[in-house]
Design a protein around this ligand. Sequence first.
Ligand code: AP5
Length: 227
Amino acid sequence: MSASSVARYIVLLGAPGAGKGTQAELLEQALKLPHVASGDLFREHLKNETELGRLARSYIEKGELVPDDVTIAMVRERLSQPDCAKGAILDGFPRTIPQAQALEDMLADLTGGTYELIPIYIEVPQDVLLARLGGRWTCRNCQAVYHELFNPPQVPGVCDECGGELYQRPDDTPETHRRRIEVYMEQTAPLIDYYREQGLLVTVDGRPSVQEVRTALLAVIRGGEHD
Ligand code: AP5
């Protein structure tokens, strides 16, 4: 199988507010791979008031992680869909070591063992994270992400992409945000070493502008650099 026909799964790692969702949307357009965001999948279930949505709500509102078994089953179902056969941009999954191991198993299964995994850590210091989440606005319809200062929509309150209504996520309160960062440090940050030890990790500075970070991400994805 030639390198270009190998399914590519890009894993965006980074703290809440690092810009994973923002960059995943841009990479989706540039690489023509679907954006698979576990947070968006959960929010879709919340909106549709499914049983899974009701279960997830209690964790999301407190800034805690939804249990691994539920999250893994939901993502597996999404990655089994035909549009993910050539790869995907994973945003928010995996978030624990068991999720990372489950991802390897499911990709081996779904691709017959021929796939490329590209974990990219978008590194942003904590003070910048706090400033970003305070001004975030998200489209209720297509989940596009804006910032009132750093990345504003053309018309306040209206999505540039689809004209949908913008809203502030209920888990962006200062208390929940602090807890999400703590949970990230405890449960998700270990994935950085997990992938570094496998020689797979790439780190990108997430502090510059949205467009500069996009350019850096595309360079490492296309150039195949590692830490
Ligand atoms: P999720 O939706 O994944 O939230 P998160 O990881 O906390 O990440 P965020 O969406 O807050 O941040 P982001 O990095 O995507 O930043 P963004 O691009 O929006 O998860 C929500 C909840 O679901 C979790 O708390 C958990 O309960 C549950 N969950 C999800 N996945 C799970 C899993 N795998 N296991 C268990 N539970 C799970 O950018 C932030 C802001 O900054 C925006 O306003 C943006 O416009 C702005 N911005 C972005 N880049 C820049 C830049 N370069 N310069 C200036 N501003 C920028």
